[in-house]
Design a protein around this ligand. Structure first.
Ligand code: THU
Length: 142
C-alpha cells in the first residue's frame, strides 16, 4: 500500500493536471486527466480520447487503467481525476459509472482511493465503495 500523504496527493494532482494537455476531446471539449498510483509505486497516466462515432470514446480513468493492465500491472491504491470544460478546472469531475465498474474489477472497494481535485488546495478523497456501493466484482463470480 502506497502512503497517501500530502506530498503524494500533490504529485498525483499535478500529474493528473499535466495530462489535460493530451486530452483529445474535439466533440465535448470536456478535458479530463487521470493519475493512477499502482501498488508498485508507479504512476500510470490517462486522458480522455474521443471519437467521431462517439461510443468508442475512452475516459481518462480507463485509459490509465488499461495502460497499466496492458503492462501487467493489476494492483492499485489511488487514482486522481481532474477535468473541466475547455480544460478549466472549476469543480470535481467524478468518474462515470463505467469507469467505477472498471475500478471494481481491479481494486478493493474498501481501500482504493479516488481523489477528485480542482487544484492542490481543493480536493476530496473517496473510497471506491463510497462511489460504487454494493458493487459487482470478481468476488461475486468466485
Ligand atoms: N469523461 C472522462 O474522461 N471521465 C469520466 O469519468 C467522465 C467523462 C470524458 C468522456 C468524454 O470525452 C468527456 O469526458 C465528456 O463526457
Amino acid at each position: 500500500m502506497q502512503n497517501l500523504d500530502k506530498t503524494m496527493i500533490d504529485k498525483l494532482i499535478g500529474t493528473a493536471i499535466e495530462q489535460l494537455k493530451f486530452s483529445y476531446a474535439p466533440y465535448s471539449n470536456f478535458k479530463v486527466g487521470a493519475a493512477l498510483l499502482a501498488k508498485n509505486g508507479e504512476i500510470y497516466t490517462g486522458c480522455n480520447i474521443e471519437n467521431a462515432a462517439y461510443t468508442p470514446t475512452n475516459c481518462a480513468e480507463r485509459t490509465a487503467f488499461f495502460k497499466a493492465v496492458s503492462e501487467g500491472i493489476k494492483e492499485f491504491d489511488v487514482i486522481c481525476i481532474v477535468g473541466g470544460k475547455g480544460g478549466v478546472l472549476t469543480e470535481y469531475a467524478a468518474p462515470c459509472g463505467v469507469c467505477r465498474q472498471v475500478m471494481m474489477e481491479f481494486c478493493n472497494p474498501e481501500t482504493f482511493k479516488i481523489v477528485l481535485a480542482v487544484d492542490k488546495e481543493h480536493y476530496d478523497i473517496y473510497t471506491l465503495k463510497e462511489l460504487l456501493p454494493l458493487g459487482f466484482g470478481p468476488m461475486n463470480l468466485a
